[in-house]
Design a protein around this ligand. Sequence first.
Ligand SMILES: *Cc1c(COP(=O)(O)O)cnc(C)c1O
Length: 496
Amino acid sequence: MNFEHDPTDILERLAQLRLADAPTHGGRVLSYVYDSGLAELDELAASAIRAVQPVNGLDPTTFTSVAVMEREVVEFARDLLGGDSDVVGTVTTGGTESCLLAVKTARDVWRGVGSAARSGTPRLLAPVTVHAAFHKAAHYFGLQLDLVPVGADGIVVASDLIARFGDDVALVVVSAPSYPHAAMDPVAEVAAAAAKQSIACHVDACIGGWVLPFWDGVAPWNFAVLGVTSISADLHKFGYAPKGVSVLLQRGRDRQRAQFFATTEWPGYPVVNPTILGSKSAGPLAAAWAIIQALGTRGLAELAQSCARSTRAVRDVIAEIEGLRVVGDPVGPLVAVASDEAVPADRRVDAHHWADQVRAHGFLLQLQPSLAQSDGTVLPATTHLTITPVTESVLDELSAALRLAADEVRGTPAVSAEVVLAALPSEVGAALLAPDAPPLSAQEAAAILTMMGLEKASEGLPARMAPLLALIGALPASLTERLLTELIARLVEPTP
Ligand SMILES: *Cc1c(COP(=O)(O)O)cnc(C)c1O
């Protein structure tokens, strides 16, 4: 066939587009990407993906390679996470899908309990630091999300969580560790109390699952803990696989079967889906499977040790920077950094100005907004760093950038949301602050974004994110959620 465009030209254009992306390798982006620093591992993954490119992961009886690879990945994960023969699992397309399925399973098990099946709205109980994927799960599956405040260290007090146990709780979730602050939740206490009341307990180890087994001094958190009923662990994080692969392990076959959806009540092929998708790629599974075999536990341990060395070094650098502090006592290769309120205001470093300034020096950190908790306390604005094995190769440069950026913004007060609002055209400020305003139409939301100077998001984010984060921290969540939805939706709209 004569193609409309030459494949060489198409790939050339793709290469051009990729140049505009944040760099996925080399340690300059300290979130989103998990670079082992081993080029041969990426090559192996690419070859494994190519080998299964045409396969449909929908049907492991037709494409039996999928069943073999998935079984071997689940077995490896089960052994790593302290599971016995009662623990079974599924490979999913990512952390969010693992979390969604943990919630859906717990909801359906909860509904089925007792002689008369339970009705009403089940509750999903978790610390406020639980990953947003659980907000999504509660929303999708009709559970009431009950979020418990955490302390200034980002850790929930076990008794605060346990005090909220009740017959309507379908699932309690704890994190090992949490994404925002790398806080290790009190897994053993919560799981033991949950077991006594027959409440399912999920450990979200999406980020920790493949690295904490090799981390020193971590309190028990896996299936060795009685009462833990499921664990999510992402292979596309510290399993170093390309995006699109995670595992969800569940204790008990009967529990796990509630994860599945099956129907024979349509005139097509019988459907049995352990996960949310139907037809699906086997690529990320094959890549993860190959990487696990190449690394083995010894290789994973070596990479984890590199992460541990770099995390220690980064924490030491931040501890030495006047005006910044690490939040709590993070566990695992991630840290949240906040402004140090213990020093005078003119010596403080605002965490978001700092992140923007570090970006100007070539490293992309992740800004996290402040959050008011239900008890009135406020979690401060923070900047998040995820450390990966590749970090070690840029450690000196990164440390210098962290120090220099702090020196450059020390004493600059945090962006005030009021000031940002006052600088906007008056009709925008009025629209943003109008109480009980009707929901914005797509056009109204877009007009506000334009007046805020955010209509060019498709060309990348503004160089300074601190003002946007200040608004997110200050404006009603429903409003910022609406505006950000508009911003993202418009990125992929065809040009008029
Ligand atoms: C990354 C993460 C998730 C969600 O994972 P995705 O792979 O981004 O869908 C859930 N929980 C925690 C703690 C995470 O770090």
